[in-house]
Design a binder for this molecule. Sequence first.
Ligand code: NAP
Length: 355
Amino acid sequence: MRTIDKTKPVMVTGANGYVASWLVKQLLEDGITVHAAVRNPAKKEKYAHLDVIAEKSSGSIKYFAADLLKEGSYAEAMEGCELVYHTASPFTLNVKDPQKQLIDPAVKGTANILNQANKTESIKRVVVTSSCAAIYTDALDTVNAPGGRINESIWNETSSLEYQPYSYSKTLAEKKAWEICGAQDRWDLVTINPSFVMGPALNPENTTSESMSVLKQMGDGSMKMGVPKMGVGVVDVRDVATAHYKAGFIPEANGRYITSAHSTDFLEMAMTLQPKFGDKFPLPTKALPKWLIMLVGPLLNPAFSRKMLRNNVNIPWDADNSKIKSQLGIQFRPMQETMEESFETLISSGILKSK
Ligand code: NAP
């Protein structure tokens, strides 16, 4: 159990990211000094939105250049901190070299940051942004879990370098985090394991997260013939930020936290957009038949292998989210609100244009 002094700076890795930006906002609004680790401080457009928030809040922000793959590059940003949030990790599904593009930054990056925590005497707690992907690969895994829903005691055993390498990268990275934490006792580790994150982006023009690309495809006509009815969990980015915040500052927070609000599927998600945006955007309104997706999916997108489609299309998804609700007091937003407000950011930023 660790108590964190809010007058000490807090480090956030990948501070400009989709999820991290909302966490940085909460920290700044609570008067905290944020040590924001970003890959390239010369690219101001990636984090200018955080400066705007800092100007309006009682906290302050300082930027540090750091790269997951450069050993020691987080030393300066971590100096004097008691709490570290490690959110940085590539979230992209279409990769040519999964080892280089996903596994190395996720696993070596986690080791780099936690080894630095070992060298930084002031560190008391590290919160790692893991994922439900470290628990399951396919919706079918949730069906096969005890009681038909995943829980925090389960580890992903079905992903590999060849199959769903993003899930594999998150699994190996979280395992590495627990291994390094277990070898010392000065700092403790808490992991936040979100399902698919949706909700408004604070910097939509520069967001690389897969979350925004899926939403964009729902609105730009790419899915107007229909959407694969794949089971998935969804959670609002603002609730994920609150989960991180509480995991950092509640002394009793411990272990892994499944952070998932709704057990749903891609069709149900798209249908929440119909009432408000259905007449202006070519949104999907029906499920694509499984046989058709199995036939054309692998040709359209290498990530849509037959195995992946077989294990996800028309398969329900479920997770037990009771731990985070009872221990961290998280109350999740309704999916309708999350989806509508996400879509609105894509419209107001000009990424999506009405027909
Ligand atoms: P994002 O916006 O793409 O953020 C990823 C962050 O990681 C960016 O700040 C990126 O920096 C940084 N990064 C990537 N490679 C790096 C490297 N080599 N060195 C330093 N920084 C690097 O994606 P996100 O959705 O917010 O994801 C944040 C975290 O949440 C990730 O750990 C992801 O696995 C996890 N997560 C996301 C979801 C979801 O649905 N979005 C669900 C579960 C878990 P640049 O901007 O410079 O590239």
